[in-house]
Design a binder for this molecule. Structure first.
Ligand code: NAD
Ligand code: DGY
Length: 332
């Protein structure tokens, strides 16, 4: 990066005030005051002039955008953990380092995952709606029966930071932990999580009661939960996805819930966010699924921590060191 007093850092979305103040102090920060999602043309213009781009999950930093990258752009310091919105391989081939913000949103996202694991089988939203509509017929032994959580098998797909944090929470609720991961965890970690490893995702799916999707969206995980695999699930199983919509074949999932071939789903992420398949809204209104607008990591503390991580990554990089959260191709 050329020697300049303050590098030009373009931030694509509004961030918490404390983070923006610090960004202004340290860098020549161009902030998005009205918080509008930037168009592809705006992103192209940003990469053409910036020293550092700070995008989020809502920005598509694809080959076309990166083809406009100017000679000064050496770092994309993404505000978020998932990097599927960035063509990392193309960025790297242009000598651009990519960083993310892992770890600081693990607990928040695991909490939201656990909230869905509880909310869907226990019919939490349906209960709320009955009261909101003034339609409570009164307590009855056979009314509004959900399914018990304790003793059920939870199958975690992607046992990384968030997957492991989900496992710890689910153990406390008496669930049995099963997992499928790209790499088996060390025995000592498996023991501490009391988790059973399945090399075969297919075999695990056929045995669990609730699936929690916690792997990144990569070319290898696109529709990992395909129509064929979803059919392996038991008819009374549930699926919870707080990772990325693209990991699950959403159309197949909808068909199966509609047909009663799956008990339900809890979804925080969708294939074409922020556009939602209207069938999902219909199923949610019918109490068959619970849907959330990508809120997994949405806490004030988490957003401030993410901003601090972005700042540390930029500062370390500008000072000539390897940033702590450099994304490597081997992670994808
Ligand atoms: N809903 C939200 O708001 C929210 C918040 C944070 C993160 N996320 C998503 O959660 C994902 C996971 O975050 P993390 O911090 O736990 O990441 P992580 O890297 O710690 O864990 C991901 C795990 O998935 C495994 N994995 C990767 N490819 C796989 C494959 N093909 N098959 C099986 N396992 C595979 C990895 O080995 C790793 O153990 C992120 O990539 C992001 O997409 C969502
Ligand atoms: O990947 C992430 O970090 C979330 O989806 C947004 O915070």
């Amino acid at each position: 990066m050329p020697a300049k007093t303050k590098p030009l850092v373009i931030v694509t979305r509004a961030l918490p005030a404390a983070v923006e103040t610090r960004l202004r102090e340290l860098f020549d920060a161009r902030l998005n005051d009205d918080d509008h999602p930037m168009s592809q043309a705006e992103l192209a213009a940003a990469v053409a002039s910036a020293d550092v781009l700070v995008p989020t999950v809502t920005d598509r930093i694809d080959t076309a955008v990166l083809s406009h990258a100017g000679p000064n752009l050496k770092l994309i310091a993404s505000f978020g953990t998932g990097v599927d919105h960035i063509d990392v391989q193309v960025a790297m081939s242009r000598g651009i380092t990519v960083t993310n913000t892992p770890g600081v949103l693990t607990d928040d996202t695991a909490d939201m995952t656990m909230a869905l694991i509880l909310a869907v089988p226990r019919r939490l939203v349906e209960g709320l709606e009955v009261l909101q509509h003034g339609e409570w017929p009164g307590w009855a032994p056979t009314w509004m029966l959900g399914r018990r959580i304790a003793g059920k098998r939870l199958g975690i797909v992607g046992m990384g930071r968030i997957g492991s944090a989900v496992a710890r929470r689910a153990r406390a609720f008496g669930m049995q932990i099963h997992y499928h991961n790209r790499r088996r965890l060390p025995a000592v970690v498996e023991q501490s999580l009391e988790a059973t490893y399945w090399e075969s995702l297919d075999q695990m799916l056929a045995r669990v009661d609730i699936v929690s999707v916690n792997c990144p969206h990569t070319p290898a995980t696109y529709h990992l939960l395909s129509a064929r695999r979803l059919k392996l699930l038991k008819k009374d199983a549930y699926i919870v996805n707080t990772a990325r919509g693209g990991v699950v074949d959403e159309a197949a999932l909808i068909r199966m819930v509609e047909a009663g071939e799956l008990a339900g789903a809890g979804l925080d992420v969708f294939e074409n966010e922020p556009a939602l398949n209207p069938k999902l809204i219909k199923l949610a209104r019918a109490g068959r699924i619970v849907i959330l607008p990508h809120m997994g990591s949405a806490t004030l503390e988490g957003r401030i921590d993410m901003g601090e991580k972005v700042i540390v990554n930029i500062k370390t990089f500008i000072d000539g060191h390897r940033p702590p959260d450099r994304v490597l191709l081997s992670m994808l």
